[in-house]
Design a protein around this ligand. Structure first.
Ligand SMILES: *Cc1c(COP(=O)(O)O)cnc(C)c1O
Length: 360
């Protein structure tokens, strides 16, 4: 068996020790004689798995008691609709800031339900910056304010939290949740698809302040109502049990590694190494403003795009997978979530240096 370093943006790497544990427990979970996959979601075995996962996540993020943690399906994309459906609460306007492809998708979906006020956009700079908050046209009567703290495609990350006063702040944290400590109390809703930085696809984590739950648009499907899910501990119907279990193993892994403070130190170091390699050469480029470069997703281009396919081919031979950039940006993208070991970044940096020497 040989495992590679997988730089995919998602589904992405899962810590090897977690996969190992899942593999050991696959046929017989803790002497139960069955796989987690085969358990009733209402049985005491799975209930203990589910409860522990929630407790560990609450611990890691220090989630205040007046927040519900929901384990849902539908991905972050379903939240693009569930957020307006649940948070408009009879109002007609919501604020969004447009910093990239995922913001755009969230905006397009919200427009089906309300008037969207785009407070600012960095589209003119090809999404390589974050508009200065002083210039945002914020509406103090908006039902909520939505942003994307880490734009997975453009590699743009907020290293600060927008100030929205009484307007509830909503964040699509799909590609950054758990990469560092977070002040959850600043938010109304935080949501994230699991397949970037948490675990396998099929699970969406939603953290929502209790007072925002319960007043929904007419005709709301039962399954999309946060209240249904909160009142039933995310078990109104069958939840994605196996993904929930694996996410729990990942939370446990994080707790054994100094939690999110520890993770932040490593993540920052990993990102800095890769940016240094890019910036110290004329051969590689990253277009993003220094102030908002992502720790998680690092796009870069080669001086000569003709060399792209050779770069990808040789990288693959060296055990460095899935470096092809998103079609809208081109070039390469290295996604280096929590589960990417520092050795993976070291290997990429040294490969890039060699490649430049031979082709630069
Ligand atoms: C991947 C991603 C999404 C889409 O997630 P799905 O789970 O596929 O719906 C949305 N927002 C961000 C920031 C992402 O990285």
């Amino acid at each position: 068996m040989s495992r590679v370093f997988n730089f995919s943006a998602g589904p992405a790497m899962v810590p090897e020790s977690v996969l190992q544990q899942a593999s050991e427990e696959m046929l017989d979970w803790h002497g139960s004689g069955i796989s987690v996959m085969e358990m009733s979601h209402r049985g005491k075995e799975f209930m203990s798995i589910a409860t522990k996962a929630e407790c560990d996540l609450r611990d890691l993020l220090d989630i205040p008691d007046n927040y519900k943690v929901l384990f849902l399906q539908g991905g972050a994309s379903a939240q693009f609709a569930m957020v307006p459906l649940n948070l408009l609460r009879g109002q007609k306007k919501a604020d969004y800031v447009n910093t990239g492809q995922w913001s755009k998708k969230a905006i397009a979906e919200a427009k089906r339900f309300c008037n969207v006020n785009v407070v600012a956009s960095s589209e003119e700079s090809k999404f390589t910056s974050i508009p200065d908050q002083d210039d945002w046209q914020i509406d103090s009567n908006a039902a909520y304010f939505h942003y994307t703290p880490n734009e997975t495609i453009g590699g743009v990350e907020f290293h600060w939290i927008p100030e929205t006063g009484k307007v509830p702040l909503v964040a699509d944290m799909s590609s950054t949740l758990l990469s560092r400590p977070l002040d959850v109390s600043r938010y109304g809703v935080i949501y994230a698809g699991a397949q970037k930085n948490i675990g396998p696809a099929g699970l969406t984590v939603v953290i929502v302040r209790e007072d925002l739950i319960g007043e929904v648009l007419p005709g709301m499907p039962t399954m999309f109502d946060y209240k249904t899910m909160a009142d039933n501990d995310s078990m109104y119907n069958t939840p994605p049990t196996y993904s929930w279990y694996l996410a729990g193993l990942v939370f446990d892994w994080l707790k054994q590694r100094d939690g999110l403070e520890g993770m932040a130190t490593i993540n920052k170091r990993k990102a800095n190494k890769l940016y240094a390699q890019i910036d110290d050469s004329d051969f590689y480029q990253n277009p993003v403003d220094l102030s908002c470069r992502s720790w998680m997703n690092i796009p870069f281009t080669l001086a000569d795009p003709e060399l792209d396919s050779k770069f990808l081919e040789l990288a693959k031979e060296a055990g460095l997978f899935s470096l092809k950039g998103h079609r809208s940006v081109g070039g390469m993208r290295a996604s280096i979530y929590n589960a990417m070991p520092e050795e993976g970044v070291n290997a990429l940096v040294s490969f890039m240096s060699d490649f430049e020497q031979h082709n630069g």
